[in-house]
Design a binder for this molecule. Structure first.
Ligand code: NAD
Length: 307
């Protein structure tokens, strides 16, 4: 694969930073655009000359980044996505996730250099359902976050029809790994355990999620772009295995070698929560030959080392 000029929006975030590392390892020249609202400068993993602290709502500033970098690939991950935050700030979530996406795609498309676009979506675009969800499953987001991300997908599709530039949408399932920026389940358990707690205070214990390590996600995105697919394509990016909260705690227990008890903290119980979320990842595997390399236990072991 010829080295590419790659711009990652949200590249100072949890998943974007793993992606930045992955694409640089593959030999690409990576630029990061991030307003650092949730991300951290150091996580971007690029020198100052290739880092742009810009808000994707500011179209002129985004255009300047495209002018300065002339990327071949744009991977658009910048978004607000912590569900409680989106519920509390719905207009801001819509502005960033919808208008911000329009700005990124339009300004990227104004450069003759652009060959491919990757847009991050989410499993939250699917309705509550039993069994593994394939990409053809009818969509039905149940919260403001999923609704804004469904709009992100539609904007990406419209951009492709208008520009003919190939677009891949990745529907991310639940990510886990180092440097998580939002207080999701894994960093919460990690924080409590590393602080010495052996009785964990958690919310709902029964919901099951398809957890995938960020390093595996980075490799999946790289593999999809290496294929240089034409057209507009949607791929689930998950692992194809679901774990309940209890099962995640059991993985921490195994890696710690100590018993962990759980206390349900009513303040942490979400009123609206889907019971299952499981990916059918056959399309991704068939298109790329990708296979996940990180088990839950291997990922938890590094989290317990404080990484
Ligand atoms: N973490 C998950 O489990 C998960 C699941 C499904 C989808 N996603 C999607 O993956 C992408 C990355 O999520 P993440 O988990 O790495 O979260 P994150 O919050 O760590 O990353 C998002 C990054 O975007 C940046 N950002 C936010 N608003 C911005 C703005 N207005 N302008 C410029 N930058 C802005 C943040 O500073 C952050 O670095 C998002 O699009 C998210 O919707 C994540």
């Amino acid at each position: 694969m010829m080295p590419k000029k790659v711009l990652i929006t949200g590249g100072a975030g949890f998943i974007g930073s793993a992606l930045s590392a992955q694409l640089q390892e593959a030999g690409h020249e990576v630029f990061v655009l991030d307003d650092l609202s949730f991300g951290k400068r150091a996580l971007a993993g690029v020198p100052d000359a290739r880092f742009f602290q810009v808000d994707i709502r500011h179209r002129d500033a985004v255009q300047q980044v495209m002018d300065a970098t002339r990327p071949n690939w744009v991977l658009h991950l910048a978004a607000v996505h912590f569900i409680p935050y989106c519920n509390q700030h719905p207009a801001e979530a819509a502005d960033i996730n919808i208008n911000g996406t329009i700005n990124v795609l339009d300004t990227a498309g104004s450069k003759g250099s652009l060959e491919q676009v990757f847009v991050a979506s989410t499993a939250a675009v699917y309705p509550v359902a039993e069994g593994a969800l394939g990409e053809e499953h009818p969509l039905g987001p149940m919260d403001i976050y999923g609704t804004t991300k469904l709009a992100t997908e539609k904007i990406a599709s419209e951009f492709h029809l208008r520009s003919r530039i190939p677009v891949v949408v990745g529907r991310f399932f639940n990510a886990f790994g180092p440097n998580e920026t939002n207080p999701h389940l894994f960093p919460e358990i990690q924080r409590q355990v590393l602080a010495g707690a052996r009785t964990l205070k958690l919310g709902n214990l029964d919901p099951k999620r398809d957890y995938i390590h960020t390093a595996d996600m980075g490799r999946a995105m790289g593999a999809l772009l290496d294929k240089a697919l034409q057209g507009f394509e949607v791929f689930n990016i998950g692992r194809g295995i679901e774990y309940s909260v209890r099962e995640v705690v059991e993985a921490f227990q195994r890696q710690l070698g100590e018993e962990l008890r759980i206390e349900v903290d009513p303040a942490r119980v979400r009123k609206v929560e889907r019971p299952h979320l499981l990916a059918d990842v056959r399309k991704l595997k068939q298109a790329t030959g990708w296979e996940p390399q990180w088990s839950i236990d291997a990922g938890v072991a590094t989290l317990l080392q404080g990484r």
